[in-house]
Design a binder for this molecule. Structure first.
Ligand SMILES: NC(=O)c1ccc[n+]([C@@H]2O[C@H](COP(=O)([O-])OP(=O)(O)OC[C@H]3O[C@@H](n4cnc5c(N)ncnc54)[C@H](OP(=O)(O)O)[C@@H]3O)[C@@H](O)[C@H]2O)c1
Length: 290
């Protein structure tokens, strides 16, 4: 337990996710009224309990939103060709609007090859190279879920990003890099002066200390300490490491004593990430049925 008194305003992800999912449910109902059932197909390879659990949660959420959720489960001994066959069948199936391969997959398989085999319009994680290219060029398409969730979270809490200094610690492909592209776009909820720091910037604290909005995306528990934060700044904890079921966030709890607003240790960015996945599915279904 930290002795630090929390002074920062908390920014939980659930109210943001609830609002996004209410919109997704309405759009799903509008599609159904036109005879279209949005659908999210999921592929699990192997018998990892946690992965099976994540798929179940997504299927339950899909059902609550009125989506179909076809599922394939391949054994841990599946080959890359087996994975490819499932993806190709879904690519060719007009009733499937979005798909995901639950990560991680067994070590002998190539996750990136599976991702690249997908029809980019059905890649609801928004991580296909074509979708990264669309993001870089500002062309509409599925957005990477965690970065899109962070933009939505800041917008939900009326935290102005436009014209302000956003510093992101981490340039990883799932979080830091796409988030930097997203928040630098010309849009009222973006339009920021974005700086990205990483292990190549030894004195990264020089940058984080001047940030109006600091986003941790390193995956190094406790890397952000109070002395790295400008008093009153907004701090968003995206990076986490899991030790079994324990969540170890990048942002130390004591940062709440310095920040003006901060995502909670648990239930910050996570719920918004999941909501964005479903937003990508409904958007894919709408694009397929204009
Ligand atoms: N909450 C969610 O829903 C959610 C979703 C997706 C990802 N995440 C989390 O987000 C984090 C980032 O994911 P990712 O895949 O984008 O990351 P990644 O590929 O692991 O990249 C981590 C980044 O952090 C930087 N970094 C690591 N240690 C550092 C240090 N000591 N000093 C300065 N920079 C350091 C690395 O710098 P170099 O490039 O120089 O190596 C790299 O750019 C992970 O913790 C992941 O679990 C959370």
């Amino acid at each position: 337990m930290s002795a630090t008194t929390t002074t920062a305003r908390l920014l939980p992800g659930k109210p943001v996710a609830d609002q996004v999912l209410a919109d997704v449910a309405a759009r799903s109902a509008a599609l159904r009224a036109r005879g279209v059932t949005a659908s999210l197909a999921t592929l699990l390879v192997g018998d990892d309990d946690a992965s099976a659990g994540y798929i179940r949660i997504k299927q339950q959420q899909a059902a609550a939103l009125g989506f179909a959720s076809p599922h394939e489960h391949l054994p841990a001994t599946a080959t890359q060709a087996d994975v490819q066959r499932v993806i190709t069948a879904w690519n060719d199936d007009p009733a499937v609007h979005g798909m995901l391969v639950q990560y991680p997959i067994p070590g002998h398989l190539d996750y990136n090859a599976a991702l690249q085999a997908m029809d980019p319009d059905k890649d609801v994680d928004g991580m296909h190279p074509v979708n990264m290219g669309r993001l870089a060029l500002g062309i509409p398409g599925p957005l990477p879920c965690t970065p899109a969730g962070i933009e939505a979270l800041l917008a939900h809490y009326d935290i102005g990003v436009a014209g302000r200094e956003v510093v992101i610690l981490g340039r990883g492909a799932t979080l830091g890099r796409p988030l930097a592209m997203l928040l630098a776009q010309k849009r009222p909820t973006a339009d920021a002066a974005v700086t990205v720091v990483h292990t190549g910037v030894k004195d990264w604290a020089r940058y984080t200390r001047r940030a109006d909005i600091l986003i941790a995306a390193a995956g190094v528990p406790g890397i952000i300490q109070p002395e790295h934060v400008k008093p009153g700044a907004v701090v968003v904890g995206g990076g986490v490491r899991y030790e079994g079921r324990r969540i170890l966030p990048d942002v130390d709890e004591s940062v709440a004593g310095v920040a003006g607003a901060i995502t909670p240790r648990v239930g910050g960015v996570g719920p918004t990430t999941v909501a964005m996945l479903f937003r990508n599915v409904v958007a894919a279904a709408e694009r397929a049925h204009p």
